[in-house]
Design a protein around this ligand. Structure first.
Ligand code: NAD
Ligand code: G3P
Length: 330
């Protein structure tokens, strides 16, 4: 099976490394930055985005135009941040190859679309897949046990995505609830900023558990309004990824919250990461779409006010704790 992973950040590199260790897969990792590919070729490592992981000898590296590389692949995986999904789809869809992406977020600006909505707008009705679930790149690269979800409305695409990446250290489950999988992957990023803030302010484990639980309720409400099924939010791409990202110190989104709590400005926090934290770019969209759908998302509202500088860290917490009692009890 020929697989091209298009984007050589932390996650694209880790998945490509993982797949290239599996029998029967021929894997190419593509980066747009020629200098980065030269460095990876020379040192057989991705020094900028995934230092410390040797690139297996069988993993092929590529840069340059996408069409010649992608025309005969059995699976194309877009591994860029959300911001690049639209142009990547526009370039790749005409090739007619099986296509999936792994970015988690809402598109910043415009209508604030999820990946499947961007695909519908740019490509139309062709099949596509989404890979999501609780997965820190470093752990996958190290061969530590991980479970993902391959989501697609198309059974053949789903199965191809499972076949591409399923192996002894990485289980790939499948789902046909694309909106549910995408909402979970996008909203957990904001919630991880909130729990990072909570932990950075030393508010305690009770407060963090409350944020995770109430956050899951917010995520589910938004998902249902966007056509998802409730049970998806209790699975890997919902609760699973929320627990990982909200509590795991490898999370970049959680780090943003921790850094804001320590007194850094947002631009300083983002600059110090060196990687994308999608929650920063999705927060406004989540809130706007929730308001338009009349979905109550107080944690997301507080995260946005914090990121916008309208609330200081302590005020963001006070805004949440000072709300009226809620009757739903979940
Ligand atoms: N890192 C993880 O553990 C992890 C796990 C699961 C999902 N994700 C998601 O995967 C996506 C990518 O995350 P990452 O960790 O690899 O990010 P990263 O910050 O480590 O790297 C981003 C990469 O995308 C490249 N890029 C940016 N714009 C591009 C464009 N227009 N065309 C081509 N390449 C472009 C950058 O050069 C860089 O190589 C995000 O949406 C993230 O939420 C990350
Ligand atoms: O580091 P984060 O916060 O972008 O999270 C990475 C993955 O999405 C965790 O599943």
């Amino acid at each position: 099976m020929k697989i091209a992973v298009l984007g050589a950040g932390a996650w694209g590199t880790a998945l490509a490394v993982h797949a290239s260790r599996l029998p029967g897969r021929s894997v190419t990792l593509w980066a747009r930055d020629t200098a980065q590919v030269a460095q990876m070729r020379a040192q057989r490592s991705n020094a900028r985005y995934l230092p410390g992981t040797p690139l297996p000898a069988l993993l092929q590296l590529a840069d340059g135009p996408l069409s010649p590389l992608c025309a005969d692949q059995d699976m194309l995986v877009i591994a860029t941040p959300m911001a690049a999904l639209r142009p990547m789809l526009a370039e790749l869809a005409p090739l007619g190859r099986p296509l999936a992406w792994l970015c988690k977020g809402f598109e910043a600006g415009g209508a604030g679309l999820l990946g499947h909505e961007i695909h519908h707008a740019v490509v139309g009705e062709a099949p596509f897949g989404v890979l999501s679930g609780p997965s820190f790149a470093q752990e996958v690269a190290a061969g530590q046990p991980t479970a993902l979800v391959a989501a697609s409305a198309d059974a053949a695409l789903r199965e191809a995505l499972v076949q591409a990446f399923h192996g002894p250290t990485l289980r790939v489950y499948s789902s046909d609830d694309v909106p549910g999988v995408e909402v979970g992957g996008a909203v957990k990023n904001l919630l991880a900023i909130a729990t990072g803030l909570c932990d950075g302010l030393s508010l305690g484990l009770n407060a963090r558990a409350a944020l995770v639980t109430r956050g899951l309720a917010e995520m589910t409400r938004l998902g249902l309004a966007l056509g998802a099924r409730a049970e998806t939010f209790m699975g890997l791409s919902g609760l699973g990824d929320l627990v990982l990202t909200a509590t795991g110190d490898l999370s970049r989104n959680r780090k943003v919250g921790l850094l804001l709590a320590s007194g850094l400005r947002l631009d300083e926090a983002v600059a110090s990461l060196g990687h994308v934290a999608e929650g920063v770019y999705s927060a406004r969209t989540v809130v706007q779409r929730a308001r338009a759908l009349r979905v109550e998302m107080p944690i997301a509202e507080s995260v946005l006010a914090l990121l916008d500088g309208q609330l200081q860290p302590q005020q963001a917490v006070a805004a949440l704790m000072g709300r009226e009692p809620a009757a739903d009890g979940v």
